[in-house]
Design a protein around this ligand. Sequence first.
Ligand code: PSU
Ligand code: MN
Length: 300
Amino acid sequence: MNVEIAPEIQETLAEGGPVVALESTLITHGLPRPHNLEVARGLEEAVRAAGAVPATIAILGGRIKAGLQPEELERLAHSDFVRKCSRRDLPLVVAWSEDGATTVAGTMMVAHAAGIQVFATGGIGGVHRGHPHDVSADLMELARTPVTVVCAGAKAILDLPLTLEVLETHGVPVIGYQAADFPAFYSRSAGLPVDVRCDTPEDVARIIRARDELGLSAGLLVAAPVPEADALSREEIEDAIEQALADADQRGVRGKAVTPFLLSRVSELTGDASRRANIALLHNNARIAAEIAGSVKRKK
Ligand code: PSU
Ligand code: MN
């Protein structure tokens, strides 16, 4: 895969310095304007503040990029014509010279091709509730691409027990970051255990190195709960989720449109509180990913 890597990122990688990949679907399909651009910029700053270089990943005019110029980030945030790109969609945007925003799966592919080992996002895709055959390509990508993804779990719009089962089947270790339970995005616990708890970036770096020494090709999922101050309770969010799921079924929303529909409906129904939680967990994950990237590089 031919990736256009921004000069600052190229230099950092060449020196063996820490780089953190950031996804772009959350900018185009995950958050409403104008918060999307603010958050995209804020996450880049959060990565820098924690000592790493951010690499926001997207496709512009069919060119796959790691690291965007400020005007490129603005173009994505303002446009209505950006294709949501998972593994399946990449050849389509490239062939058609379109703009594309990468999901967790798409971002992992590009990050790996660029030599970036750590990636921060909000929530991964998973198995959809009531639609167990709608399984996000994010899970399959975690099965095959050795990138460490820092997230706040998966949103409770998904079937979290089935999501963890699929990760287990595909050999993806799930690490709780300073937590023994898998988080549920807006809330700190899904009431499901993780495979191992890590309390420091060094702990995670040890697992990354062991995975590499064993020659395993799966990714790692690092799940960090949303910071306490901005967390919502399961009960607070559950009614909105039930409503959003019913609306999606009633309107016949299918395929790649399901996740963006549910995200925007839940956010409409819950307002500021869910958006605050979303932004807080994104910043938290960006910082943790930068610390892990630093730790992986230091021990080499
Ligand atoms: N979860 C969120 N916010 C998001 C997404 C998931 O809380 O923006 C996006 C991510 O880019 C993720 C994608 O990779 O949705 C999953 O979509 P799908 O279910 O179509 O695979
Ligand atoms: Mn889906």
